[in-house]
Design a binder for this molecule. Sequence first.
Ligand SMILES: Cc1cc2nc3c(=O)[nH]c(=O)nc-3n(C[C@H](O)[C@H](O)[C@H](O)COP(=O)(O)OP(=O)(O)OC[C@H]3O[C@@H](n4cnc5c(N)ncnc54)[C@H](O)[C@@H]3O)c2cc1C
Length: 365
Amino acid sequence: MEKIQSDCLIIGGGVAGLAIAQSLVKQYKNVFLIEKNNSLGQEVSSRNSEVIHAGIYYKKNSLKAKLCVEGKHLLYDYLNKNKLPFKKCGKFVVSVNDQETKKLHEIKNNALECGVEDLEFNDSELLKYPFIKFSEALYSPSSGIFDSQAFMMSLKNEFEQNGGLVLLSNVSLKIEKSATGFEVLVKDKNTGEVFIIKTNLLINSSGLNAARIANDYYGEEKFKNKYIKGEYYSYQGKEQLGHLIYPLPTENSLGLHATLDLGKGIRFGPSAYLTNEIHYSLDKNNKDLFLKKIKSYWPSIIKENLLPAYSGIRPILEGQDDFLIDFSENTESLLVNVLGYASPGLTSSLALAKYIKSNISYIGI
Ligand SMILES: Cc1cc2nc3c(=O)[nH]c(=O)nc-3n(C[C@H](O)[C@H](O)[C@H](O)COP(=O)(O)OP(=O)(O)OC[C@H]3O[C@@H](n4cnc5c(N)ncnc54)[C@H](O)[C@@H]3O)c2cc1C
């Protein structure tokens, strides 16, 4: 079987793999990225809200809190520098009763502890939307929206311009530890050819498959994944919004919000329910519950104006609501598993890449 040597191999061409690839290609030669689909960023990275999060809700000192706040600044700088489409439109988190208002104040205090200092209770702009019902409104001026596909294509171009190699329709089948590093069995889905890529530095950023791939390597169920699906509906009514409107967060979600695309179209989502399968069709039986959640802050919404749009699946680790970056350390080789990389993973991606790069240099691979 053919064996190819690389200095660094990245499994997965979503936003995490691309950001890591674009960063590591400046330090290592022969960096390869393999992606099982025939184009990049078609899984979790293209099935989300495309919101640049401020870093409001996450537990102080968690990776999510740190990488989101740092990642937001890095992302705005990157989008500006590369002239990619985005809009810092701001967002309102609204409470609808006293109990929620109390929680909203706790959220503001938490955000402050995480370094988000620009939140304020200010509803002046929200009053432009008389159809929104609220008790109090917390305004986040640094939240925004962006074109995540354009961002990923820019990362890919930078990676390739610096000598990196993207192999599409190539799926990793198995990782084996060798005397000097790793041997990854790869199948080219176009030709059916199976070959081995040898490497000392292996990054597993395979999104929904990352926990399974890590467990296969370790030979035990070290990481237990659960999939939380979220559905989106686009809105066909005549009202217009210039800001994002969020209710309070729930256990697995930041809340079923009204978000915007760059063309000012409104869509609602994501819902949050457990699923065992990776499939993206929408279940129309969920629509009434979906509508009920929107009505809590937008009572006049009409069911017929909601059209099924798309869905995404969150890779969450059981018993853990943070990202988990697992470094399997050896003297001369390193496997890095990017686990539980759900929201705010788009926003955090450049900070994630920086975090991994600095840990690798520290370990000395
Ligand atoms: C509903 C929802 C809403 C969200 N909203 C936001 C938001 O508004 N803002 C925000 O910041 N974040 C948001 N997120 C989070 C964000 O989308 C994710 O954190 C991020 O996209 C995950 O990127 P990834 O590269 O880890 O995964 P993916 O994009 O899934 O990439 C992994 C890639 O690995 C490939 N792969 C898998 N197995 C193999 C294999 N064996 N061999 C080769 N390739 C393989 C897959 O095909 C895939 O392309 C949201 C997520 C969801 C689900």
